[in-house]
Design a protein around this ligand. Structure first.
Ligand SMILES: [Zn+2]
Length: 394
């Protein structure tokens, strides 16, 4: 409670400064009206002392003249209201500013941007979109911020074509700057790659394979290391009956991104079954198994070995993996291949633990879950979620 009162007092001190600035500013051009201002000040203070901070803010905002020198106070109070979740109050404060056309154009643009942020917080995306589109057309200074907000709005609404149209405007215009960034795609380029993947997935499910391929080529241009592009290209090749092409893409993915074995291997196995025997599948997995320590791959290889060369050989292999890098997955596989008594319960217990553990985690914010999201639901970044590593992961 004490901390909350002291926060309110700090807030009110800033309001008082704004009020003073407004009063001083007014005295240059108008006759001062100290009684009215004092009334509003004391009225606001009264609200504050009664712990009605929102009413205190609105009272002062309504009385505080809108001038260039008081604008930062108005904006700060508006943003404070938005951050407290009082979006209606924030909208009131920012709309009040826009009703004063005497403000310079650049300041009006800033207020426009803040009002658009209020609308986004309130979920009024159509209104925010209109304001932001006007800003993109009219403001140089706030154009990039407006485009970034628009990109997020279209992303939220899954309007991928619109998101692409906005995102390309955020890319550096000069080709040499783009090339300098090629080694590590920037956030917007990663996002663009995924927007094209989203459209490609839709086209794949509609059966329009040619159009899907065109989207994937564009996606690859923005991020040549994007795993999702590779997986979709392989799925597309399989739909076209070109298992060899799919296999080439998947082999390259396994080589370059082996920690994603759990996503790559089901497709790899499917493509391999169209092209070659299980024995050749074992050979291929063994080659990848020698260069990566993915538990998922080791378990898959043990299963294929049991099928081709027998249970004893598979058991020997998985035992060597467990000794080298023990994980719950490889341990469970070992127990399932071994016939020793009493181990079924132990394996069941391990599998129960595994069934409750997160499979993926965001490298940016730490969000974790059992489902793969290309866009992190928590920090809203593309391609930051990866398989969990360690004894309870892969
Ligand atoms: Zn995240």
């Amino acid at each position: 409670m004490e901390a909350s009162v002291s926060n309110f007092l700090l807030l009110f001190a800033s309001i008082a400064v704004g009020w003073l600035l407004g009063r001083l500013g007014r005295s240059k051009v108008e006759l001062p009206a100290p009684v009215d201002d004092s009334n509003s000040y004391y009225k606001g203070l009264n609200f504050l002392l009664n712990e009605q901070a929102d009413e205190a803010v609105l009272t002062v905002v309504n009385e505080l003249p809108v001038r260039l020198e008081t604008l930062p106070t108005h904006l700060a109070l508006g943003n404070l209201m938005r951050s407290k979740g009082e979006v209606e109050a924030a909208i009131h404060i920012h709309q009040n500013l826009l009703s004063r056309p005497s403000l310079p154009r650049v300041e009006l643009h800033k207020v426009h941007l803040e009002l658009a942020r209020d609308y986004i917080s309130a979920g009024l995306l159509d209104r925010a979109e209109r304001l932001l589109r006007d800003l993109v057309d009219e403001s140089q200074g706030y154009r990039a911020e407006a485009l970034e907000h628009l990109r997020h709005i279209y992303q939220t609404e899954k309007e991928w074509e619109q998101a692409i149209a906005v995102a390309v405007q955020l890319l550096p215009k000069r080709g040499w700057l783009r090339r300098a960034q090629d080694k590590s795609p920037q956030l917007v380029e990663k996002a663009l790659s995924h927007y094209h993947c989203e459209i490609a997935e839709r086209l794949l499910s509609d059966g329009d394979l040619k159009a899907a391929k065109r989207e994937l080529v564009k996606a690859e241009r923005y991020d040549s290391d994007c795993l999702r592009v590779g997986l979709l290209l392989a799925a597309l090749s399989m739909r076209q009956g070109r298992a060899g092409e799919a296999l080439a893409v998947l082999q390259e993915l396994l080589r370059s991104q082996p920690l994603w074995a759990m996503q790559i291997l089901p497709l790899f196995k499917n493509a391999f079954s169209e092209m070659a025997s299980t024995a050749e599948y074992v050979d291929a997995l063994s080659r990848f198994g020698a260069t990566t320590d993915s538990s998922y791959l080791a378990v898959e290889l043990a299963g294929a070995l049991a099928e081709v060369k027998g249970k004893a050989e598979a058991l020997t292999y998985i035992q060597s993996v467990v000794k080298r890098r023990p994980t719950f997955k490889t341990l469970s596989c070992w127990l399932s291949l071994s016939d020793a008594e009493g181990q079924a319960e132990l394996r069941l217990a391990i599998d129960e633990v595994l069934a409750t553990r997160p499979v993926y985690q965001c490298r940016h914010c730490g969000f974790s879950g059992r489902k793969l999201h290309w866009l992190c639901p928590s920090c809203e970044q593309w391609g930051t979620i990866a398989p969990v590593r360690g004894t309870q992961g892969d």
